[in-house]
Design a protein around this ligand. Structure first.
Ligand code: 13P
Length: 252
């Protein structure tokens, strides 16, 4: 299983800035990327095509869409379909990110609709789950993760190939706060995610990647990716700079 080193650029960067960062990243990482690692960038949709073009000739790099609507076309003002993302060069789609759950009010159920539809249309999906600070304080971490996974995977066919679906564990209180979950917290949550995946997909769940996200930096990435059941990272702030993200991608 290749570790998935993923960047979420959120609502940052013009097209020029995105292409410049993508080129820099390829320049810094090419030739050094271990065989067991894969690089993925989720740029804003306006930059997707440009970034995907830069990655076309770069072995081990791909681009993904941060958001899509679960329909192929129609009267859905402001939305994009999985087919449109693929047409712009996306290989992956992101679902369930905490900012979309909490700021854009996406429900667990809707996240499930998007996950299933995106997979059906040929996008590899990274489904994000994670508890809020209140849920952690109230000892409800597993309850929150179980609910988000049950709803998020509700109609996903069990025959889905393991490389087509990944789970990103992103505790809401660790996103953009500089506060990283500790090794014990990460291992406990990832073990629970693995157990839940096994109950859903059976044996092949051991080949489904579970990423950690939340204040990952060059200085802490090596320690995080060495933890049990951590098969990659999903990085926000520290991925915006090509140099910083290249250090994360190559961290050991
Ligand atoms: P930060 O790395 O900025 O905490 O963001 C994490 C995240 O939300 C990635 O999707």
């Amino acid at each position: 299983m290749k570790k998935l080193m993923a960047a979420n650029w959120k609502m940052f960067k013009t097209r020029d800035e995105a292409v410049t960062t993508a080129r820099k990243l390829v320049e810094l990482v090419s030739g050094k990327l271990p065989d067991d690692r894969e690089v993925l960038v989720f740029p804003p949709s306006t930059c997707l095509h440009g970034v995907a073009e830069v990655f076309e000739s770069a072995e081990g790099f791909s681009a993904g869409g941060q958001n899509f609507y679960p329909a192929s076309e129609g009267a859905f003002t402001g939305e994009l379909s999985p087919e449109m993302l693929k047409d712009s060069g996306a290989k992956y789609g992101l679902t369930g990110h905490s900012e979309r759950r909490h700021i854009l009010r996406e429900t667990d159920d809707f996240v499930g609709d998007k996950t299933t539809f995106g997979l059906k249309k040929g996008l590899r999906i990274v489904l994000c789950v994670g508890e809020t600070l209140d849920e952690r304080k109230g000892n409800k971490v597993e309850e929150a993760l179980e609910r988000q996974m049950r709803q998020g995977l509700k109609d996903v066919p069990t025959e889905t190939a393991p490389e087509d679906i990944s789970i990103a564990y992103e505790p809401v209180w660790a996103i953009g706060t500089g506060e990283v979950a500790g090794p014990k917290e990460i291992e406990e949550a990832h073990a629970f995610v693995r157990k839940t995946l096994i109950s859903y997909f059976g044996e092949k769940a051991s080949d489904i990647r579970i990423l950690y996200g939340g204040s990952v930096k060059p200085a802490n990435c090596g320690e995080i990716i060495a933890l049990d059941n951590v098969d990659g990272v999903l990085v926000g702030g520290a991925s915006l700079d090509g140099e910083s993200f290249s250090e994360i991608v190559l961290a050991d």
